[in-house]
Write a protein that binds this ligand. Sequence first.
Ligand code: GLN
Length: 488
Amino acid sequence: MSLYSLTLHDASEKLRKREISSQELIEAVFQRISDTDDDIRAYLTLCRDAALAQAKQADRRLQQESTSSPLLGIPIAVKDNFLIQGVRTTCASKILGDFIAPYDGSTVARLRSAGAVIIGKTNLDEFAMGSSAENSAFFSTRNPWNFDRVPGGSSGGSAAAVAADQCVAALGTDTGGSIRQPAAFCGIVGLKPTYGRVSRYGIIAFASSMDQVGPMTKDVRDCALLLEAISGHDQADATSVNRPVPKYSESLTGDIKSLRLGIPKEYFTTGLQPAVEQSIGAAIGQLEKSGAIIQEISLPHTEYAVAVYYIVATAEASSNLARYDGMRFGHRAAGKDLTETYMLSREEGFGPEVKRRIMLGTYALSAGYYDAYYLKAQRVRALIRRDFDEAFKHCDAIITPTSPTTAFKIGEKIQNPLEMYLSDICTISINLAGVPALSLPCGFDAGGLPIGMQIIGKHFDESTILRAAYAYEQQTHWHKKKPRLNQP
Ligand code: GLN
């Protein structure tokens, strides 16, 4: 087996037994990137020199200490909306095209202290707004399973990099599905933690009441290990919650006897691709065979989720993105006075989708429309959240498809924003409610594209969804399939 295709837990074991060194592993991964990234285009920036220096250090630590950190010496990629001190951080926007981050964000700092080696920054939709990675101001990333297809978004670069073995694991962010939908499209595991579980300090804000950082990995064990490393209270983020971090990897027992799994009928109605429906059906059958109790539930306000999300998210975005004024950050145009400089900088710096969201959000917050749109959306958001509270009185976790379809063609939806927005229909409610959810591979369609199953949990109950996911993964082989990268 090539070094670059190792999982995090296998690589960690080999490093510890000194069968391999971190330097060898990092070299193998950079070689893999140089062999495949002309086709896939997952990375915006590579940190080769810094990574090799960190690998050397990790090797020294591995010789000296018997450390308990499973991340020591492991190559990790992060989405390009994470700040890394001294490294270009673009958020896939021209407005931050030359921006060098002045400090490390909290998750990056945690990765470093766990000994992980950060190898590069991955492509995304500009400011994490999108579902296909096509909104990047620089280039589109391709799906490793089929280069004509999108990898999903907005964390499309991270998902493609994990699927193509261009890193051992990656981090993404998820505001409305941006970890889970690309994980589903690329056939990997992705988890959006409970809002408040992981610090948001040092990630570029999109919609602050929903943004959350999470792991994107080759299997469920890796996901648990990476989540453990990045979770926990952070004084620098007032929304991070001060609760002990469980040993997530210890919840991977393989035992789901009597676990009550709810199937919300609202997620199985319109627009589901038949292959997705069949795979999820089969996966539910498998979970039942393993001892889970399956029951139908209802999340009655699901139909409003997309509308509510696109008011709340755009409102928050319009406020968060006001800071890009050409004065303090990034691109500055040469206007004849201050106002024109503001206007031109933003005109030149932002792409069409970002402008659309700023306008929608500003409109929703404007004096005459605030009550009709923003306030109303907040009220419906409360109802959506209540749906989950109610459902979790009857079940321990909820199973749905992650996306109604498999990866769509590059160019297919980019001209039609509404259609693009609808591709998040299965993931968005989860962010509005703040609960955690994971996507894992559960099959392929006739064209060989991966299908993802979503497992949703109670607030701060990542352990149960990881346990269910692991039990399923143990019984199946989907996560072991790899894309063929020498496509015509
Ligand atoms: N696709 C959704 C959007 O465009 C979600 C994005 C995200 O989770 N960052 O807003």
